[in-house]
Design a protein around this ligand. Sequence first.
Ligand code: FAD
Length: 534
Amino acid sequence: MPYPPGIEPLDLPQWTNRHGNVTQPLRAGASFKLFNLDLPSRTASYNATTANMRWLIGEAQRGRFRLRALGRGWSFSKVNVSEGGLLDTMDLRLSFNLTDAFVDPAFLARGRRSQDLMLVQCGMSVAMLNDRLERAGEERRMLRASGAAHGQSIVGAFSTNTHGGAFRFGAVHDQIVGMHLVVGPDRHVWLERASDPVVNTAFTDRLTGVELLRDDELFNAALVSFGSFGIIHGVLLEGQPIALLEEHRRMGVELNDRTRDLLNTGDWERFPDLVPAPRNAAGATPFHFEVGFNPHQLAENDADKGLFLKVMYRIPYREDYPRIPKDPTFEYGDNTFEVLQRALDILGPRGEHLIPGIVNVLYPLAYKAAEVRTGTMSEHFNSTRVRGRAASLAIGIPAADTARTMELVLALNRERPFAGVTALRYVKGSPATLAFTRFPLTCVLEMDGVDSTGTNTFYRALVQRMDASGRPFTMHWGKVNHMLNEALVHRMFGVDAVDRWCRARTTLLDAEAREVFTNGFLEQCGLHRARTIV
Ligand SMILES: Cc1cc2nc3c(=O)[nH]c(=O)nc-3n(C[C@H](O)[C@H](O)[C@H](O)COP(=O)(O)OP(=O)(O)OC[C@H]3O[C@@H](n4cnc5c(N)ncnc54)[C@H](O)[C@@H]3O)c2cc1C
């Protein structure tokens, strides 16, 4: 069959994610790659690609197959696959800077700057985006939040609520202020908040045939929607003027009642004796807060077996800062995780006694002392250190529950040792309807480990205990979450939020389009419904 220029069929009988823990069989003839056409203007190329996205959705409806846009395939869950086909968007990397002529006067009246806005096509990696922002001549800018690494696509990253430790700002999606959604063969919309209009009609007129929708409810639902709201073609992100991040680490912080207070509040400024101060307080603002701990060693009132703290301050940019040296000593993952994973799977429960010793060797390599390090966003959060087969669980809790949750992890770890490393990152709560960083200050408990049967059993047991405790918690949409089901999603996010999300999806996509962008993961979570059934 002839395909329109810009669409290439992919021969993809199955697909495996980056860390090899998800393999999905695919339907023949249902996967495609999109690329921009070389037309006289970038706007014309962008619009031609929108037309191709609409054509593909029509094709999926005619052929009755499911389709899902794929980012970089970094997710550890089945969130990014479909039982039909996948859409490779990685060649779609156009970006457009905005000027005052394209923004709503209300945006400028609120003291914001058009120079901080960039329309980015969905396939651009966060790494490339960082590069375009940070090296843009006179107008150097930076992201407001990033994950720990920057290899994801921008849309892939924010669609699952990727976060760092921006405890006063939020997660990656919280810097998105507008998005271009292709929701059917005959419909594509420019979506932004009614409470925060950003672009004007000079902007939307350039997107041929687009419908302008200003609606907080729809926008907040679409922000964390993991491929279920159609194809997000472009996003408008609001960066900020470039600055540097000054990182301080502190090893061996005793676990005691005071540090539990720090963990439960994230309120560093009350603990100047524990949290390192910036080198120069002038213009420095707290940016990132992270705590590491080794569950096999952590001991009360013992500095040698204590907590690891990492904090970052945002400081004014200058050219002559000492660059962060490359660290060649450790790449966890590589073959380490794979060899471990095989050994542990072969040994089964007999190998469990080996785990603490192995982690005690790995942990100091992952969390170690370092001189104060100063760099840009992309210099701190860059290439991933996790390679090969690996697993990762991330649980969101209200910060006030952190010490209690840590005790739960320690108790479980005494029963069945966890083969990996553990960290806590603090993130400001998000208004996105299904944000897993939904608590006003969310502490994210992260457990990165070997992808073995034992690790998955540990994850499942931890989630069961969290659930049984009756205290609020959520799970990352892009990390290990095979234990999610409809009832659990309701308990985590609330029936009302789930209902609002499903209604928003129904408002934007008609029944035929919803079926195209439904997948098994959505059904497992009960999020495929037009509205919630309780
Ligand atoms: C090494 C590593 C480090 C990580 N670090 C962090 C971290 O620090 N913090 C954190 O929170 N998470 C982290 N993660 C998780 C990761 O950031 C998320 O899983 C993220 O979603 C992956 O982005 P991706 O580009 O690979 O997207 P994918 O995994 O390919 O897709 C993610 C979702 O986005 C959707 N999507 C992609 N493109 C489009 C589009 N154009 N339109 C509509 N939907 C689309 C997909 O359908 C899917 O549902 C890490 C993962 C790895 C492997």
